[in-house]
Design a protein around this ligand. Structure first.
Ligand SMILES: [Zn+2]
Length: 147
């Protein structure tokens, strides 16, 4: 995901923090396409409401010690969210809902999509981006049919 979008997320949602094994804080960068930005945003809004209900605060240091999402990435064509500290069951239900939703949203552009296998990898794409991928793969193999 491009930096500008990552910055928007981390500026708004303080529970998105990437702590290394060394305890240091690193840049939080979702390892997925820009197409899932709105999905992540909506998920975080719902998580935030739940945190507010549960802890009565969105004050940064207090939230940070209670709940942290430290990684978001694409796996088998779906979004995977990793939490470092405990959340509530409601929070995990919200996260799970959005992980499932990601299987129907193009990771590149955010339009309606489905999980397909391209060049041996699972990915979730709209029809347009699927065709683009397939064409580029076919283009790469043109040399097999010399003129
Ligand atoms: Zn697309």
């Amino acid at each position: 995901m491009r930096q500008e979008l990552c910055n928007k997320l981390t500026a708004r949602f303080k529970f998105l923090c990437n702590f290394g094994m060394d305890g240091k804080r690193y840049n939080f960068v979702p390892k997925c396409g820009d197409g899932w930005f709105n999905l992540i945003w909506s998920m975080c809004i719902e998580v935030e409401q739940e945190l507010l209900k549960e802890y009565n605060t969105l004050e940064y240091t207090q939230i940070e010690t209670k709940f942290v999402i430290h990684e978001i990435k694409e796996k088998w064509g779906a979004m995977s969210v990793f939490c470092m500290l405990g959340g509530t069951k409601n929070i995990y239900d919200i996260i799970n809902k959005y992980e499932v939703l990601s299987e129907r949203i193009c990771e590149i552009c955010g339009l309606s999509g489905r999980t397909v296998k391209v060049n041996g990898w699972y990915t979730t794409l709209c029809i347009e981006h699927y065709l683009r991928e397939v064409r580029s793969i076919l283009g790469a193999f043109k040399y097999l049919w010399p003129r």
